[in-house]
Design a protein around this ligand. Structure first.
Ligand SMILES: [Zn+2]
Length: 673
C-alpha cells in the first residue's frame, strides 16, 4: 500500500520509497480532476460555496504529496529523485494548464465573480474569489478564440526565449577562464581563494591558477587581487557576458522579450507588462514603483556621492589611483572597510554557537508571541540531522510542528529557505495547524568544536525563522491564503523585520555568549557590527535602485521604439552612475533576474520590503523591542492574516499609518535624525 495515498498527519518520511512517488502523483492528479469535474457537473446555480470554496478545497492530498516531494528535491535529493522530478513536473504543469483552460469551470467562477458585490462575503472570501477569477482571466480566459491562440503563441515563444537568454548567460559564464601562471598575479588573495583557484586549474588539467566568472571565484578576486590590470580584464569579461559579437549575444532576445511581454499585456487589456505584474502586488502601479524608487534615489544620492568621493580619495592616497573605475570598487571598499572596522568573522564566531542562537531565536519568539518550542523525537524525519519541535502558545495550545535542518549535505542545495509540509486552514470548524520547516547550510560541529556561526549566518537564521513565524502563526480559513501566500512584495516583511533583533543589545545578551567562557559579546563588537552594517549603504542603495529603474524602464512602457539595448540602458543609468561607463559592457544582456527569472517588474521589491521592515521595526523600537502590544498587533494584523486582505490595509492596521521610507534611510545612515 502506497503511504502517500493514505491520510497522514505528519509527513510519513520513513515509510516512503522512491517508487511511491510517480504512481501517487498520477493517482492524485486523477482524483483531483474528478473533484473538479464534480464542481463543473453540479447543476445548482454557481455560488461561493459550491464553486469557489469547493475549488479551493480540491487536491488537498496532491498538495501534501507535492510539498513532501519538492521539499525533498531541495533538501535531500539524489539522481533518482531528480529523475522522478523530470517526470512529475510536466504532469503537474499539464494538469495546471488544463485547469486554467477549463472553460466550463471558468464560466462558473465568472458567474460568481460577476455578482460578488451582492454576495455577503467576508474580506477573506472576497480575496479568494478575486484570486481565483484573476488566475483564469490573467491567463486569457476572457479572450476570443483568436486572441487565445495569439496568447498561447506569445507564451510559447517567451518561454523559449527566456530559457535561451539564461542558456546564453550560462554559456558565456562557463566559456571564460583567466589562467594565471605567476603566483604574484594572485597577490592579495586570501589563502582559501588561492587554493580554490589552484583547484580549478588542476580540475581543468592546467598548472598554476584559474579564475572564472562563477561568483565564488569572481568575487574574491575583485575584492582582494592587487593587480589592477587583471581586475580590469576580469571585470570587463563579467560585464560583457552575452554582449559580444557571437552566437550567445542576448541583445535581440532582450528586445524581443520586452516586446512580447508588452504585446501580451496589451492583449489582456493592460497598458504595459508592469501594469499586468503590479496588479497583484502591494505597490499596485508602475507610477507608484517609479516614484518610490526616485524618491529614495533623491535621498540616497548625496550619501552615495559622499561615499564615492571618500573612496576615490582613499584609493588615491593608497595607490595613486587617478580615476576610480568599476574594477576598483570592491577592492578599495574592502580595504577601507578593513581599515575602519577591523572586524573579522573569526573574532565574532565564538560568540555565535548554533545551539545558543537557536535558543536565542526561540526566546525572541517567546517574548514577542508567547511561543514555546519543545524538541520531540516522535516525529518522522527525512534525515537524522533534522530536528523537530512542538510549538505551543502561552496557554499550552498546539500552534505548529516545526522542522529545522541546519547543516550542509550532499543532496541539499545551497542557501537557506523556509517551507511547509502542511498549510494552516480552518475546515469543518477545525483549525488545522501547520507543519513548517527551515533548511540552512551552517557549518557542522566537529568533535572538538560546536557549530559556530558568522554574524551573517545569524541574521540568515533570524530571517528564515521570520518566514517560519508567518507560517506557524497563520490563522485563516483557506490554505491558499494562509501564511506566506501573500503578494510578492509583502512576503519579506516578516523575515526581514526579525533580522533587526540581531543588532539589539537586549537580544544579543540572550544568546551571544562565548562558547567556552559564556562571556556575553563585548559592546564594542556590537557597535562595530552596527557601524559596518551601514558601510557604503549610499552606494549600495543607489546600485539597487538603478537596477529597479532599469527593470521598470524595460517593462513600464511600450518598448517597440527601442533600437539599441546599450544606448537605452545607458540613458536609464544616467542619474545613478558613479563610475565611468565602459562601452564593452552591458547589464541588460545578462540581467537574468528580469529576463530569465520571475523578477520582471519586480526588482523594486527588495527595497520595498526593506522600507516596510525598517518602518515596522521603528515602531517596535519606539515602544520597546519586546513590547507586547506592538507584537500582538504585528501578529494579529500581519503574521496571522496571510493574504486574506490587501497588504497595505493590513499594514496600516498594524502601524496606524502607511510605511514611511525615512525609517530605512535613517537605519542605513543616509538620513540623520
Ligand atoms: Zn526571505
Amino acid at each position: 500500500m502506497n503511504p502517500l495515498l493514505k491520510k497522514f498527519k505528519a509527513a510519513p518520511f520513513s515509510k516512503i520509497d522512491n517508487e511511491h512517488y510517480l504512481p501517487a502523483f498520477k493517482d492524485l492528479i486523477e482524483r483531483t480532476k474528478k473533484e473538479i469535474d464534480a464542481i463543473v457537473r453540479n447543476n445548482e446555480t454557481p455560488n461561493f460555496h459550491n464553486t469557489i470554496e469547493a475549488l479551493e478545497r480540491t487536491g488537498e492530498q496532491l498538495n501534501l504529496v507535492s510539498g513532501i516531494f519538492f521539499n525533498l528535491n531541495s533538501a535531500e535529493t539524489n539522481d533518482e529523485i531528480q529523475r522522478i522530478a523530470q517526470e512529475v513536473s510536466p504532469l503537474l504543469t499539464n494538469f495546471k494548464n488544463d485547469l486554467l483552460l477549463n472553460e466550463a469551470l471558468f464560466k462558473k467562477v465568472k458567474a460568481v465573480h460577476s455578482i460578488k458585490d451582492k454576495l455577503d462575503l467576508s474580506p477573506e472570501q472576497h480575496m479568494l474569489l478575486d484570486k481565483q477569477y484573476k488566475g483564469f482571466a490573467r491567463n486569457g480566459a476572457n479572450l476570443s478564440e483568436i486572441d487565445k491562440l495569439k496568447l498561447r503563441e506569445i507564451d510559447a515563444e517567451l518561454s523559449k526565449l527566456t530559457l535561451k537568454f539564461g542558456e546564453n548567460v550560462l554559456a558565456e559564464t562557463n566559456a571564460y577562464e583567466m589562467h594565471l601562471t605567476a603566483e604574484e598575479e594572485l597577490n592579495g588573495l586570501p589563502e582559501g581563494a588561492k587554493e580554490a583557484a589552484a583547484h580549478i586549474a588542476e580540475d581543468r588539467g592546467k598548472d598554476g591558477w584559474m579564475i572564472t566568472l562563477d561568483y565564488p571565484s569572481y568575487i574574491p578576486f575583485m575584492k582582494y587581487a592587487e593587480n589592477r590590470e587583471l581586475r580590469k580584464i576580469l571585470s570587463l569579461a563579467f560585464g560583457s557576458r552575452a554582449f559580444k559579437d557571437n552566437e550567445y549575444n542576448n541583445e535581440a532576445n532582450v528586445l524581443r522579450v520586452a516586446n512580447l511581454r508588452h504585446q501580451r499585456a496589451q492583449l489582456l487589456g493592460y497598458d504595459s507588462h508592469a501594469h499586468f505584474v503590479l496588479e497583484e502586488r502591494m505597490a499596485e502601479t508602475p507610477q507608484k514603483v517609479t516614484s518610490f524608487l526616485n524618491e529614495l534615489m533623491e535621498k540616497a544620492k548625496p550619501a552615495a556621492l559622499r561615499e564615492f568621493h571618500e573612496l576615490e580619495q582613499f584609493a588615491k592616497e593608497l595607490d595613486g589611483i587617478d580615476k576610480l573605475q568599476k574594477w576598483d570598487s570592491a577592492y578599495y571598499a574592502e580595504k577601507l572597510k578593513q581599515k575602519l572596522f577591523d572586524l573579522d568573522d573569526e573574532i565574532l564566531k565564538p560568540y555565535f554557537e548554533l545551539e545558543k542562537v537557536i535558543s536565542g531565536v526561540f526566546s525572541v519568539a517567546n517574548k514577542l508571541y508567547g511561543l514555546n518550542f519543545t524538541e520531540t523525537d516522535e516525529v518522522d524525519v527525512y534525515h537524522k540531522e533534522v530536528k523537530t519541535y512542538n510549538v505551543t502558545d502561552a496557554d499550552g495550545a498546539f500552534v505548529s510542528l516545526f522542522y529545522a535542518d541546519f547543516h550542509p549535505r550532499p543532496g541539499k542545495r545551497n542557501g537557506a529557505w523556509m517551507t511547509s509540509y502542511r498549510s494552516q486552514q480552518i475546515k469543518d470548524e477545525v483549525n488545522e495547524r501547520p507543519h513548517i520547516s527551515i533548511v540552512c547550510n551552517f557549518t557542522k560541529p566537529t568533535a572538538s568544536k560546536p557549530s559556530l556561526l558568522t554574524f551573517n549566518e545569524v541574521t540568515t537564521l533570524f530571517h528564515e525563522f521570520g518566514h517560519a513565524l508567518h507560517g506557524m502563526l497563520a490563522n485563516t480559513t483557506y490554505s491558499g491564503l494562509s501564511g506566506t501566500n501573500v503578494f510578492w512584495d509583502f512576503v519579506e516583511l516578516p523575515s526581514q523585520i526579525l533580522e533587526n533583533w540581531c543588532y539589539e543589545k537586549e537580544t544579543l545578551a540572550l544568546f551571544a555568549k562565548h562558547y567556552k567562557t559564556d562571556e556575553i559579546i563585548p559592546m564594542e563588537y556590537v557597535e562595530k557590527i552596527k557601524e559596518s552594517f551601514t558601510f557604503h549603504e549610499g552606494m549600495q542603495t543607489l546600485r539597487q535602485l538603478s537596477f529597479g529603474l532599469l527593470d521598470m524602464a524595460w517593462h513600464g512602457a511600450d518598448p517597440s521604439g527601442i533600437q539599441n539595448v546599450k544606448a537605452f540602458e545607458s540613458k536609464v543609468f544616467e542619474t545613478t552612475r558613479l563610475y565611468p561607463d565602459t562601452p564593452e559592457t552591458c547589464m541588460s544582456t545578462s540581467f537574468s533576474h528580469i529576463f530569465q527569472g520571475g523578477y520582471s517588474a519586480g526588482y523594486y521589491s527588495y527595497k520595498w520590503a526593506e522600507v516596510l521592515d525598517a518602518d515596522a521595526f521603528e515602531y517596535f523600537k519606539k515602544e520597546g523591542i519586546f513590547n507586547k502590544t506592538v507584537a500582538t498587533r504585528f501578529r494579529d494584523y500581519v503574521l496571522s492574516r496571510g493574504g486574506t486582505q490587501d497588504p497595505m490595509e493590513l499594514y496600516v492596521k498594524f502601524r496606524g499609518q502607511k510605511p514611511n521610507p525615512d525609517a530605512l534611510l535613517k537605519r542605513a545612515g543616509l538620513l540623520k535624525n
